[in-house]
Design a protein around this ligand. Structure first.
Ligand SMILES: [Zn+2]
Length: 96
């Protein structure tokens, strides 16, 4: 984790040698143009931080090692209220 803001529910996470990048080195790229590919990790981070922050968190991969960068970098932030379909997070529902 590079940085975390508990007040803003944001975090920046760096991953070195993502297993998803390793898979592309072994089997080749899925896409013709270079782009971020670590969607499974992105989902994990969004899920973990949604539980920790007790609100819906989304995660985007901003930099990916598969495009030649030295690492993959993910940014997490709260899901904008307009996009939130569920009123309560899983953790909040469990507490009831
Ligand atoms: Zn990546």
């Amino acid at each position: 984790m590079v940085s975390v803001s508990l007040t803003r529910n944001r975090a920046k996470i760096r991953c070195y040698d993502s297993f998803q990048v390793a898979v592309t080195h072994e089997y080749g790229q899925l896409y013709r143009s270079p782009q971020v590919i670590c969607d499974l990790l992105r989902g994990f981070f969004a899920a973990y931080l949604s539980v920790i922050f007790e609100k819906e968190i989304i995660c985007e991969e901003m930099v990916c090692q598969s495009t030649g960068a030295g690492y993959c970098e993910f940014l997490t932030l709260p899901l904008p209220k307009k996009l939130s379909l569920r009123r309560k997070t899983r953790a909040q529902r469990i507490k009831q």
